[in-house]
Each structure stands twice: as structure tokens, then as C-alpha cells.
Design a protein around this ligand. Structure first.
Ligand code: NAD
Length: 280
């Protein structure tokens, strides 16, 4: 019987632990604050930003909300970030992506102080991940490590295949699994014989961005399968990159969509915000 990895439950555990930590820090007079910046009114971004603010309220992190109009210039956005960089009462700065096309996302990411980069996207934090120094790690991959560890899944020495090489998910995921002593393979759009590569995986992490792409013939019997993908199918129901119903019986553990990886991202963002206050 496959173990269904319950991301909702594990993310709640993490949020409750953080809530306790934040309450005891408040007794010492320390309060964490996260600045959340949204440019334009993309409805999906609005939902993500709303969920982040809700999580802040639950944990006891003060959230500062900046809802800027679509026509905000790059200079105006960079000036706001610089102001928040210099504000000692702000521990984390989050700019909701994607940004309108007239704003250079890379420039925005590089302008956020690495000490307040709770998304873990700044090149300095990415570099720290590569050389194994403490720093902020991208939230979705960091959440997957928590899912594996808190579900009692051994990582060291295991063959791990990560499908996808994006800067936000695939690459940091592979580096984190390496840090945990897995033997890591990164597969991507130019990988030859993807099925054969995936079949070697004891732990298969799928961040391919294609609905139900990974079917049972990609999966070794008894493997652990982590599905990062989020899509809406033709019936408007959420599904992942993995054909869950057919793959699940062949696994020893698997994450569902929804309720697997998704809820972990915000929990780890909150964790980074509290860490920021403790580290800097
Ligand atoms: P992306 O599109 O940037 O990257 C997809 C990767 O898949 C690319 O590196 C590409 O090389 C690889 N790929 C594409 N087609 C392939 C093929 N046929 N064979 C092998 N590799 C192939 O996507 P992303 O930002 O990394 O996100 C991946 C998925 O995860 C998306 O569905 C996204 O919505 C989801 N996501 C979920 C969360 C969460 O919180 N759960 C967070 C971020 C992303």
C-alpha cells in the first residue's frame, strides 16, 4: 500500500511550530514582518498573495501589503524595494511573480537584499546553496525536503531523478537532494530516453509542467514519487504532472495534487521569514 504524503497536515505542523516560535520571540520583544508586493491585478497572483497574508496572520508575522498598479515603472518598484531593504523592521521582501512585461524580473530579484530574500531567488542565496552555506532556499524545493523527512523517507544514498531544471524548482531541488546525500540525476526537455532514466529513480521528483505526463511506465516499482505540477484539467479539477491514479499503486509513497507539495510552499516562506529575523 502506498503511503499518501499529506502535505496539508505536514504544512500545518510547520505553521504551528512557527506560531509557537513567533509567540516566544514576541515575548522577547522581537516581531517578524514580511513585505508583500504585487504589481497589477492578475487574479492568480491575487489569490497567492492573499494566501501568504493569511498565513502571516495565523503565525503572527506582521504583513505589509503593497498593491501597485499595472503601470508602475521599474524605477518606482526598485525604489520601493530599496526603501524596504533599508527598513530594519522588515525581515522579508516578497515580490509576487510574474511581473508586467515592462519590468525586468531579474533586476528586481537582484535588487532585493539577499538578507531579506525570503523566496531564495537572489544569486547570492543560490550561490550559497551550491557551496553548502546557510542562506535562503527556494520555498517549493525546501518544502519537498521537509515532506520527505517528516514522512520518514530515507534520502541518503538513494537514486533521485529530478525532472525539470528551472531556477525556482528543478535546479535548487537537485542541489538540496545532493546536500542530503542522494545520487542525483537532472532530466529535462533534451534528455534522451526519459522513461529509462526515470525507471532508475528510488525517488522521482517531477517538475515538468505538463499535466499527467508521468504514467506508470516511467516509475520503478516501489519508488517514492513527488509531484510538483499544478494544472486544471478539462473539468476544472486540479491535477499534477503525474497520472496519480495509475502511478500510485506502483509507489511506496506519493504526493497527491492538491494536498501534496502545494501547501508546503507557503509554510516554507513563513519559515524563511522567521529565519531571517533570527539570522540577521
Ligand atoms: P518550467 O516550465 O520553468 O520548467 C519545466 C521543466 O521541465 C524545464 O526545465 C524543462 O526542461 C522540463 N521539461 C519540459 N518538457 C519536458 C519533457 N518532455 N521531458 C523532460 N523534461 C521536460 O516549470 P517550473 O516553474 O519548474 O514548474 C514546474 C511545475 O511545477 C509547473 O506545473 C508549476 O505550475 C508547478 N509549480 C508548483 C509549485 C508549488 O508550490 N506546488 C511551485 C512552483 C511550480
Amino acid at each position: 500500500m502506498a503511503q499518501i504524503i499529506d502535505g496539508k497536515k505536514i504544512s500545518q505542523e510547520i505553521k504551528d511550530e512557527l506560531r509557537e516560535k513567533v509567540a516566544s520571540l514576541k515575548e522577547e520583544g522581537k516581531e517578524a514582518a514580511l513585505a508583500v508586493i504585487q504589481v497589477g491585478n492578475d487574479p492568480a497572483s491575487g489569490v497567492y498573495v492573499g494566501n501568504k497574508k493569511k498565513a502571516c496572520a495565523y503565525i503572527g508575522i506582521r504583513s505589509l501589503s503593497y498593491e501597485l498598479p499595472e503601470e508602475t515603472t521599474e524605477e518606482e518598484l526598485l525604489a520601493l524595494i530599496e526603501k524596504l531593504n533599508g527598513d530594519a523592521s522588515v525581515n522579508g521582501i516578497l515580490v509576487q511573480l510574474p511581473l508586467p512585461s515592462h519590468i525586468d524580473e531579474d533586476k528586481v530579484i537582484r535588487t532585493i537584499s539577499p538578507k531579506k530574500d525570503v523566496d531564495g531567488f537572489h544569486p547570492e542565496n543560490v550561490g550559497k546553496l551550491v557551496i553548502g552555506e546557510p542562506g535562503f532556499v527556494s520555498c517549493t524545493p525546501a518544502g519537498i525536503i521537509q515532506l520527505l523527512k517528516r514522512s520518514g523517507i530515507e534520502i541518503a544514498g538513494k537514486n533521485c531523478v529530478v525532472i525539470g531544471r528551472s531556477n525556482i524548482v528543478g535546479k535548487p531541488m537537485a542541489l538540496l537532494m545532493l546536500r542530503e546525500n542522494a545520487t542525483v540525476t537532472i532530466a529535462h526537455s533534451r534528455t534522451q530516453d526519459l522513461k529509462e532514466v526515470c525507471k532508475r529513480a528510488d525517488i522521482l521528483i517531477v517538475a515538468i509542467g505538463k499535466p499527467r505526463f508521468i504514467t506508470a511506465d516511467y516509475v520503478k516499482e516501489g519508488a517514492v514519487v513527488i509531484d510538483v505540477g499544478i494544472h486544471r484539467n478539462e473539468n476544472n479539477k486540479l491535477c499534477g504532472d503525474v497520472a496519480y491514479d495509475e502511478v500510485m499503486p506502483h509507489t511506496s509513497a506519493i504526493t497527491p495534487v492538491p494536498g501534496g507539495v502545494g501547501p508546503m510552499t507557503i509554510a516554507m516562506l513563513m519559515n524563511n521569514c522567521v529565519e531571517s529575523m533570527l539570522m540577521y
